[in-house]
Design a protein around this ligand. Structure first.
Ligand SMILES: [Zn+2]
Length: 191
């Protein structure tokens, strides 16, 4: 989970009657690099992404058409979250706060930071350590480790620079599971 900059709403008129208007949905999709706001999976062409209500519309009907309450999520996270809402410990909203303050990556796992209850609830209730995610994150970790090794393998300065720039592109925020691979990269940096 990473911080996402909320874009301006491109079509506020359409928003008042249709929270899924394609133009507005597209803006949300672009802002998160076509990734789910919760699990950072690329939302594929076959499973269309959902416009997610950060506060569930059943419990907060007044917020159904509120742009600030909309996000872009994969159908799995959206289904897990459903109508869940906890007053004292609301889910982390990556559009208004930095998830890194509540959640960190430990290998392929996400963990709550310093006993953050909101981090814990977000991870557990949305299923951010579900088996398919752990498998995909492990794959990304292996790719990153290969890229890191390539940097050390050569004494040739030019080849090392190429390997370094390839490595840097692996950890940019538009890539899947960037929280996990960034944590791994930072751990290597401090070795
Ligand atoms: Zn998701």
């Amino acid at each position: 989970m990473i911080r996402i900059e909320r874009p301006a709403c491109p079509n506020p008129t359409a928003l008042t009657t249709n929270y899924k208007h394609p133009q507005n949905k597209e803006a949300l999709k672009k802002a998160s690099y076509n990734k789910c706001m919760y699990c950072e999976s690329h939302v594929s062409q076959i499973a269309f992404g959902d416009v997610e209500h950060i506060k569930p519309k059943d419990k907060f009907p007044a917020l159904e058409f509120s742009w600030e309450n909309h996000g872009y999520a994969c159908s799995k996270c959206n289904n897990e979250k459903r109508n869940k809402f906890f007053d004292q410990t609301p889910f982390i909203d990556p559009y208004s706060e930095n998830p890194r303050e509540h959640i960190y990556a430990f290998g392929a796992m996400l963990r709550p930071k310093q006993g953050s209850e909101r981090g814990e609830i977000t991870i557990n209730e949305i299923g951010l350590n579900r088996a398919d995610l752990l498998e995909k994150r492990d794959k990304r970790i292996n790719e990153l480790e290969t890229a890191i090794k390539a940097c050390y393998r050569t004494q040739n300065e030019h080849l090392r620079e190429c390997a370094m720039s390839a490595l840097i592109t692996e950890i940019t925020e538009d890539k899947e599971y960037s929280m996990v691979v960034q944590a791994l990269y930072e751990a290597h940096e401090t070795e």
